[in-house]
Ligand binder design. Structure first.
Ligand SMILES: O=P(O)(O)O[C@H]1O[C@H](CO)[C@@H](O)[C@H]1O
Ligand SMILES: Nc1nc2[nH]cnc2c(=O)[nH]1
Length: 317
């Protein structure tokens, strides 16, 4: 297959002349250029004939989502040029190319988190690589603590919106020089989570008879790695947060910046403790256990979502 041609992939999105020399910021020297990511995409395209149109990010303990993929071709992160490596239990560290419901997909079995030591732009690098591979829609899944008192462990939350807590402090994956070949300097975020995808996801939940466990709400990401204090959780509750995690928000911002449609799904793996009288403590083992407990339902749900979402993808000009 032909390699990615940088100008063709995003050519229509260039809205002003591209600056070849970007201004210096503290970590600009270490930041990956558009050309480096094209090199990564070309490497991947040379390893597989699959041309993915939907990308899936598997949350903690949700790696089995990638087992849905037929004719799978796996590439370990350590073998991919310019790719970080996964360091968290429950994140295998490989890209899986193949087909879900006959739709060509790529899944990340293992995502990158800020608390692992990666800057946000690096956590989100695979999203830009997906864009260069031709991916049009992102399905980001995550494990999250349920803050909404109506949520139960094992529920699924369709993300309606997010609060970018880290962004309030200026930590944003788009911080630094903007490369217009990916997207605009000031991307809007009021339609971050695709309306049609959310509508379809609720319909599919009914069809699968799981609508009693599927919710819709607001997600927030904190830097981690510690789980939250009681006071922090009560503050987030007042802000209107329904589920709390340590990922997804920056991936979604990066995906929207380069005009990918986005759907996100949280698996509620633990109850957020908002009272000092409560004995329970959040822990990663429980998070992974709930992922295992819900793996069959998640696989069926995501498989059906891919099948339905594909009808809403923008067609090539
Ligand atoms: O968001 P994902 O990767 O699903 O993982 C969530 O679960 C881990 C904590 O148990 C954290 O990494 C948190 O972000
Ligand atoms: N921040 C955070 N991340 C999580 N991931 C899974 N559960 C939780 C939680 O309670 N808090």
């Amino acid at each position: 297959m032909a390699p990615v041609n940088a100008d063709i992939v995003n050519g229509s999105k260039v809205t002003s002349p591209v600056k070849k020399t970007l201004p210096e910021v503290e970590d600009n020297g270490k930041r990956y250029s558009y050309e480096m990511l094209v090199e990564t995409a070309n490497f991947l395209l040379s390893k597989t004939d699959v041309r993915p149109v939907i990308g899936v990010i598997c949350g903690s303990g949700m790696g089995s989502l990638a087992e849905n993929i037929s004719q799978p071709e796996c590439i370990a992160y350590e073998d991919i040029p310019n790719f970080p490596i996964s360091t968290v239990e429950g994140h295998h560290g490989k890209l899986v190319f193949g087909y879900i419901s006959d739709v060509p997909v790529v899944a990340m079995q293992g995502r990158f988190h800020y608390y692992e030591g990666y800057p946000l732009w690096k956590c989100c690098l695979p999203v830009r690589v997906m864009k260069l591979l031709g991916v049009k829609a992102l399905i980001a899944t995550n494990a999250a603590g349920g803050l909404n008192p109506n949520y139960k462990i094992g529920d699924l939350m369709i993300v309606r919106d997010h609060i970018n807590m880290m962004g309030f402090a200026g930590n944003n994956p788009l911080h630094g020089p903007n490369d217009e070949r990916f997207g605009p300097r000031f991307p809007p975020m009021n339609k971050a989570y695709n309306y049609e995808f959310r509508k379809v996801a609720k319909e599919v939940a009914k069809e699968l008879n799981i609508d009693n466990m599927v919710r819709e709400g607001v997600y927030t990401c904190l830097g981690g790695p510690n789980f939250e204090t009681v006071a922090e959780l009560n503050m987030l509750k007042m802000l209107g947060v329904d589920a709390v995690g340590m990922s997804t928000v920056h991936e979604v911002i990066t995906a929207r910046h380069c005009d990918m449609s986005v759907f996100a799904l949280s698996l509620i793996t633990n109850e957020c403790v908002t009272s000092y009288d409560h004995d329970a403590e959040a822990n990663h083992e429980e998070v992974l256990d709930v992922g295992r407990m819900r793996q069959d339902i998640l696989r069926d749900y995501v498989s059906k979502l891919v099948n339905r979402f594909v009808k809403y993808l923008p067609q090539n000009p």
